[in-house]
Design a protein around this ligand. Structure first.
Ligand code: ADP
Ligand code: ADP
Length: 224
């Protein structure tokens, strides 16, 4: 479904990602794993459309998306840097993209109620200000906000890194359940090997702007 063909991405003269080749299948949970600064976020930014590669192609569903504007890509984004609106209620945060699409209010209401149920946010939490929620709850809001727009692809950049260890474990299980429920093609970025091993169908192991190996957790684990 997603295919990176020989992608290179530069910041001015600095090559952050080079000779990037990988394919993600429909419905797959695919993780980019590697230490800080190895090019994982840069890869995601190119998939989402925040940055255009200097070489190569990004294909989705057989179409060349390399130069497509962000709004036309149907990708749900959960980035740390793509934060929630802190002064709005949870409800308004999740409703935001739906309002942009000018859906009727009762339709928006129905969609949000259903989604809140799936991600375990109750009525009381919906009415709270985002800043009143815990880190884990905010993460659920961010995921809900992305999923209500019915993306073809969900992209998550270190979504659990700000949480404490216990909550991280809980949210990991929850993420896996959500991804199974929605069956959505997911690209996940982490530097946490355990997280990658428990969540992923396949993992791309990064090193300094390149993919070193790609495989199932079993394949990667037994080699390392
Ligand atoms: P990761 O997500 O694996 O931590 P990044 O993709 O954020 O890595 O960064 C890869 C490399 O590109 C790093 O060396 C980083 O310093 C550099 N880089 C990232 N963003 C920019 C930018 N906006 N301008 C210049 N260099 C950048
Ligand atoms: P508008 O589009 O004029 O802002 P809305 O009807 O979308 O008005 O929402 C009005 C307010 O009521 C918003 O602050 C929204 O957060 C809140 N709201 C609407 N429906 C619900 C609901 N089912 N649960 C919680 N809050 C809601």
């Amino acid at each position: 479904m997603i295919e990176f063909q020989n992608v290179e991405i530069k910041y001015n003269d600095f090559v952050a990602v080079e000779a990037m080749n990988f394919t993600v299948k429909e419905g797959e949970f695919f993780t980019l794993l590697g230490p800080s600064g190895c090019g994982k976020t840069t890869t995601l930014r190119s998939l989402v459309g925040f940055i255009i590669p200097s070489k190569g192609k990004i294909m989705v569903g057989g179409k060349d998306m390399t130069h497509l504007p962000v709004e036309q890509r149907k990708i749900g984004i959960v980035f740390q840097s793509y934060a929630l609106f802190p002064t709005m209620s949870v409800y308004e945060n999740i409703a935001f993209g739906l309002k942009v699409q000018k859906l009727p209010k009762d339709e928006i209401h129905r969609i949000i109620t259903e989604m809140a149920n799936k991600v375990d946010l109750n009525e009381q939490q919906l009415n709270k200000n985002v800043s009143e929620l815990s880190g884990g709850q905010q993460q659920r809001v961010a995921i809900a906000r992305a999923l209500v727009l019915k993306p073809n692809i969900l992209v998550l950049d270190e979504p659990l890194s700000n949480l404490d260890a216990k909550l991280r474990g809980q949210m990991r299980a929850e993420l896996k359940r959500l991804q199974n429920d929605f069956g959505i093609t997911t690209i996940y970025v982490t530097h946490d090997q355990e997280e990658a091993l428990t969540l992923s169908d396949r993992i791309a192991v990064y090193n300094k702007g390149k993919i070193e190996q790609i495989g199932t957790p079993h394949e990667i684990y037994n080699k390392s």
